[in-house]
Design a protein around this ligand. Structure first.
Ligand code: TA6
Length: 303
């Protein structure tokens, strides 16, 4: 098992526990008491807390913790597709599967010391091949830095004899004070595909994205930094990404929230999804090729 690379500091730690279904979860703690928790069900980050124990990710009070259904909240891993396409269910099957702890991961170059981290591995089963006839190795590193930054690095290698293409998303549910208090910066002037208008293409006109109704968009070719500002809580989530050209922004609003069994009728007010993704231009890998998608989440306090 991976141990914190700062073992000399006895507070950076990695602990394996089990959930009520007996599925392993890995708890990462940094030197200042911040923590993150990732489940082997789906490789899904379920919690990311500040050193004061404040939860930064949203999880529905009606979430269903029962595989294969993914938990409504945290950061589900959407692969090999994001959105409805063909025979696969929406957002693919990676988030439904039980992953393994990768005992012998290939080294990650210039990986900064001091992080508490875990490496997970997903290898497709025969059943998965029936759904999606490609052989891959999906390695996910989840790490928590000394300053509380949460980083997820996905490495997907084609171990097939033929190329394959996929789309991908870190489906990130941020916990917010109220959707009316939130704005997203960094998407100005971008084109987006509107999932509420048959994925038609529009251009963002505003200076920052605010929410007055359901929003379900894929902003394309974004910069590698996006900010989610929560005015009420005087804090900003900063999203930095590499290998993820698109940003999904989703809030179900009232009507859709009422139609979702694993989301409370009013809970749409306490969450917003802003996802680092690669959707508009699917990634194509030749045999032996590997893709890396890196997401770094941090929190800054605004006055
Ligand atoms: O764009 C985000 C989205 O595709 C929405 O359309 C909504 O379906 C959301 O993801 C949640 O999807 P899920 O399959 O997790 O319920």
């Amino acid at each position: 098992m991976n141990h914190s690379s700062a073992e000399s500091d006895n507070r950076a730690a990695v602990e394996v526990i089990k959930d009520k279904n007996g599925i392993e979860q890995v708890v990462l703690r940094n030197q200042r008491g911040a923590s993150a928790k990732v489940s082997l069900h789906g490789g899904q980050v379920l919690s990311w807390k500040t050193e004061n124990g404040e939860e930064l990710l949203f999880t529905s009070n009606k979430a269903i913790f029962n595989p294969p259904k993914p938990v409504r909240g945290g950061i589900p891993i959407c692969f090999p597709q994001f959105g409805n396409r063909g025979s696969l269910e929406q957002h693919g099957f990676a988030r439904n599967k039980i992953w393994a702890i990768d005992q012998n991961p290939p080294p990650l170059p210039n990986y900064s010391n001091g992080n508490a981290y875990i490496d997970l591995l997903l290898i497709p089963s025969e059943d998965d091949h029936k759904l999606w006839p490609h052989s891959f190795e999906f390695r996910l590193r989840v790490s928590l830095a000394v300053d509380g930054y949460l980083t997820m690095i996905s490495r997907i290698r084609n171990v097939n004899s033929k190329p394959f293409s996929f789309s991908f998303g870190y489906h990130t549910y941020f916990s917010i004070s109220d959707i009316s208090e939130v704005r997203v910066e960094g998407l100005e002037t971008l084109d987006y595909l509107d999932n509420l208008c048959e994925k038609k293409r529009f251009t963002e006109q505003g200076d920052a994205l605010t929410f007055e109704s359901e929003v379900d968009r894929v902003y394309i070719d974004s910069s590698n930094m996006v900010a989610v500002l929560d005015h009420e809580r005087k804090r900003t989530f900063v999203i930095r990404k590499d290998g993820l050209p698109d940003v999904v922004v989703w809030n179900p609003w009232e009507k859709k929230a009422k139609s979702m069994v694993d989301l409370g009728d009013e809970e749409y007010k306490q969450m917003v999804c802003v996802d680092g993704a690669a959707i508009e231009k699917p990634i194509t890998l030749k045999p032996g090729e590997e893709w890396t998608g890196r997401l770094e989440l941090s929190l800054i306090h605004s006055t």
